[in-house]
Design a protein around this ligand. Structure first.
Ligand SMILES: C[S@@+](CC[C@H](N)C(=O)[O-])C[C@H]1O[C@@H](n2cnc3c(N)ncnc32)[C@H](O)[C@@H]1O
Length: 159
Protein backbone atom coordinates (compact mmCIF):
# COMPACT_ATOMS: atom_id res chain seq x y z
CA UNK A 1 0.00 0.00 0.00
CA UNK A 2 2.99 2.29 0.36
CA UNK A 3 2.76 3.17 -3.36
CA UNK A 4 -0.58 4.88 -2.87
CA UNK A 5 -0.44 8.66 -3.04
CA UNK A 6 -3.12 10.37 -1.04
CA UNK A 7 -4.86 13.23 -2.76
CA UNK A 8 -7.79 15.00 -1.19
CA UNK A 9 -10.87 14.84 -3.40
CA UNK A 10 -9.67 11.72 -5.23
CA UNK A 11 -11.50 8.38 -5.27
CA UNK A 12 -9.95 5.15 -4.02
CA UNK A 13 -11.36 1.62 -4.30
CA UNK A 14 -11.96 -0.92 -1.52
CA UNK A 15 -9.79 -4.02 -1.90
CA UNK A 16 -12.01 -6.27 0.24
CA UNK A 17 -15.24 -6.36 2.22
CA UNK A 18 -14.86 -4.85 5.66
CA UNK A 19 -17.29 -5.00 8.57
CA UNK A 20 -16.51 -2.14 10.93
CA UNK A 21 -15.34 -2.80 14.43
CA UNK A 22 -16.13 0.78 15.54
CA UNK A 23 -19.38 2.66 14.88
CA UNK A 24 -17.44 5.60 13.44
CA UNK A 25 -15.74 3.37 10.89
CA UNK A 26 -16.75 2.94 7.23
CA UNK A 27 -18.42 -0.28 6.12
CA UNK A 28 -16.92 -1.44 2.85
CA UNK A 29 -17.66 -3.92 0.12
CA UNK A 30 -14.99 -4.87 -2.34
CA UNK A 31 -14.79 -2.30 -5.20
CA UNK A 32 -16.74 0.36 -3.27
CA UNK A 33 -15.41 3.81 -4.00
CA UNK A 34 -14.22 6.13 -1.24
CA UNK A 35 -13.61 9.82 -1.72
CA UNK A 36 -10.57 10.74 0.34
CA UNK A 37 -11.08 13.90 2.41
CA UNK A 38 -8.28 13.98 4.98
CA UNK A 39 -5.72 12.04 6.99
CA UNK A 40 -6.46 11.23 10.61
CA UNK A 41 -3.13 9.54 11.30
CA UNK A 42 -0.70 7.10 9.70
CA UNK A 43 -3.38 4.38 9.53
CA UNK A 44 -6.74 6.10 9.36
CA UNK A 45 -8.21 8.38 6.74
CA UNK A 46 -11.49 10.25 6.66
CA UNK A 47 -13.64 10.11 3.58
CA UNK A 48 -17.01 9.81 1.94
CA UNK A 49 -18.46 6.51 0.78
CA UNK A 50 -19.40 7.44 -2.77
CA UNK A 51 -22.61 5.39 -3.15
CA UNK A 52 -24.07 5.90 0.34
CA UNK A 53 -22.74 9.44 0.80
CA UNK A 54 -21.81 8.56 4.38
CA UNK A 55 -18.70 10.22 5.79
CA UNK A 56 -16.61 8.07 8.12
CA UNK A 57 -13.12 6.98 9.06
CA UNK A 58 -11.54 4.13 7.14
CA UNK A 59 -8.29 2.21 7.32
CA UNK A 60 -6.14 3.44 4.48
CA UNK A 61 -4.71 -0.03 3.86
CA UNK A 62 -8.20 -1.20 2.84
CA UNK A 63 -8.42 0.98 -0.24
CA UNK A 64 -6.28 1.18 -3.34
CA UNK A 65 -5.62 3.75 -6.01
CA UNK A 66 -7.45 2.48 -9.13
CA UNK A 67 -4.77 4.08 -11.32
CA UNK A 68 -2.14 1.69 -9.91
CA UNK A 69 -1.80 -2.00 -10.85
CA UNK A 70 -4.18 -4.18 -8.83
CA UNK A 71 -2.87 -5.72 -5.61
CA UNK A 72 -1.86 -9.39 -5.49
CA UNK A 73 -3.68 -11.85 -3.22
CA UNK A 74 -0.69 -11.75 -0.86
CA UNK A 75 -0.79 -7.93 -0.66
CA UNK A 76 -4.52 -8.06 0.11
CA UNK A 77 -3.85 -10.67 2.82
CA UNK A 78 -1.20 -8.39 4.36
CA UNK A 79 -3.56 -5.41 4.24
CA UNK A 80 -6.26 -7.38 6.09
CA UNK A 81 -3.71 -8.41 8.72
CA UNK A 82 -2.65 -4.77 9.08
CA UNK A 83 -6.33 -3.88 9.58
CA UNK A 84 -6.70 -6.36 12.42
CA UNK A 85 -3.52 -5.03 14.06
CA UNK A 86 -4.62 -1.40 13.75
CA UNK A 87 -8.07 -2.14 15.20
CA UNK A 88 -6.60 -4.27 17.99
CA UNK A 89 -4.08 -1.65 19.11
CA UNK A 90 -6.61 1.19 18.78
CA UNK A 91 -8.78 -0.68 21.30
CA UNK A 92 -6.06 0.02 23.92
CA UNK A 93 -5.53 3.62 22.89
CA UNK A 94 -7.60 5.16 25.70
CA UNK A 95 -7.56 5.40 29.51
CA UNK A 96 -10.99 3.82 29.79
CA UNK A 97 -9.91 0.32 28.73
CA UNK A 98 -6.93 0.34 31.11
CA UNK A 99 -9.17 1.57 33.94
CA UNK A 100 -11.63 -1.22 33.11
CA UNK A 101 -8.87 -3.88 33.27
CA UNK A 102 -7.47 -2.49 36.52
CA UNK A 103 -10.95 -2.37 38.07
CA UNK A 104 -11.61 -5.99 37.14
CA UNK A 105 -10.69 -7.24 40.62
CA UNK A 106 -10.72 -11.03 39.92
CA UNK A 107 -8.39 -10.46 36.97
CA UNK A 108 -6.00 -8.00 38.56
CA UNK A 109 -5.87 -9.78 41.93
CA UNK A 110 -5.27 -13.16 40.25
CA UNK A 111 -2.16 -11.66 38.61
CA UNK A 112 -1.12 -10.15 41.94
CA UNK A 113 -1.55 -13.53 43.69
CA UNK A 114 0.47 -15.32 41.02
CA UNK A 115 3.28 -12.76 41.32
CA UNK A 116 3.29 -12.98 45.13
CA UNK A 117 3.33 -16.80 44.92
CA UNK A 118 6.34 -16.60 42.61
CA UNK A 119 7.99 -14.17 45.01
CA UNK A 120 7.40 -16.51 48.00
CA UNK A 121 9.11 -19.26 45.99
CA UNK A 122 12.12 -16.94 45.69
CA UNK A 123 11.70 -16.40 41.97
CA UNK A 124 11.64 -12.59 41.99
CA UNK A 125 14.16 -11.34 44.55
CA UNK A 126 16.68 -9.10 42.79
CA UNK A 127 15.41 -10.12 39.34
CA UNK A 128 14.73 -7.83 36.40
CA UNK A 129 11.29 -8.52 34.98
CA UNK A 130 10.26 -7.92 31.39
CA UNK A 131 6.61 -6.84 31.16
CA UNK A 132 5.59 -7.28 27.52
CA UNK A 133 2.38 -5.41 26.65
CA UNK A 134 2.52 -3.59 29.97
CA UNK A 135 -0.48 -1.27 29.41
CA UNK A 136 -0.75 0.67 32.68
CA UNK A 137 2.34 -1.12 34.07
CA UNK A 138 0.40 -2.76 36.89
CA UNK A 139 2.18 -6.12 36.60
CA UNK A 140 5.59 -4.44 36.83
CA UNK A 141 4.37 -2.53 39.86
CA UNK A 142 3.30 -5.81 41.53
CA UNK A 143 6.68 -7.36 40.71
CA UNK A 144 8.52 -4.36 42.18
CA UNK A 145 6.40 -4.62 45.35
CA UNK A 146 7.19 -8.33 45.53
CA UNK A 147 10.94 -7.74 45.48
CA UNK A 148 12.00 -7.55 41.83
CA UNK A 149 14.98 -5.27 41.25
CA UNK A 150 13.18 -3.38 38.52
CA UNK A 151 10.91 -3.85 35.55
CA UNK A 152 11.65 -3.34 31.90
CA UNK A 153 8.43 -2.49 30.15
CA UNK A 154 7.44 -2.98 26.55
CA UNK A 155 4.35 -1.20 25.37
CA UNK A 156 2.73 -0.58 22.02
CA UNK A 157 2.91 2.93 20.55
CA UNK A 158 -0.86 3.15 21.03
CA UNK A 159 -0.79 2.45 24.79
C1 LIG B 1 -4.88 -7.27 27.96
S1 LIG B 1 -3.87 -5.81 27.94
C2 LIG B 1 -2.95 -6.06 29.46
C3 LIG B 1 -2.29 -4.77 29.95
C4 LIG B 1 -1.54 -4.92 31.31
N1 LIG B 1 -0.48 -5.90 31.22
C5 LIG B 1 -2.50 -5.29 32.41
O1 LIG B 1 -2.44 -6.43 32.88
O2 LIG B 1 -3.31 -4.44 32.79
C6 LIG B 1 -2.69 -6.24 26.67
C7 LIG B 1 -1.70 -5.09 26.40
O3 LIG B 1 -0.67 -5.62 25.56
C8 LIG B 1 -0.36 -4.67 24.55
N2 LIG B 1 0.19 -5.42 23.41
C9 LIG B 1 -0.39 -6.45 22.73
N3 LIG B 1 0.41 -6.90 21.76
C10 LIG B 1 1.55 -6.16 21.83
C11 LIG B 1 2.75 -6.12 21.07
N4 LIG B 1 2.96 -6.97 20.05
N5 LIG B 1 3.70 -5.20 21.40
C12 LIG B 1 3.51 -4.34 22.43
N6 LIG B 1 2.38 -4.31 23.19
C13 LIG B 1 1.41 -5.21 22.88
C14 LIG B 1 -1.71 -4.00 24.27
O4 LIG B 1 -1.54 -2.74 23.63
C15 LIG B 1 -2.29 -3.91 25.68
O5 LIG B 1 -1.92 -2.74 26.34
Amino acid sequence: MSDVEWNKGREYVAITDHTPYYDWEMKLHRDDRVLFLSHYDQFWGYGKHVSSGRKAYFLKCLVHDPQLPPLSREQIKQAILQTHNAEYFDAYNNYWIHHLMLSDAPRTLAYKDAILTAARAGLLEGKIVLDIGCGSGILSAFCALAGAKHGEILYSEKD
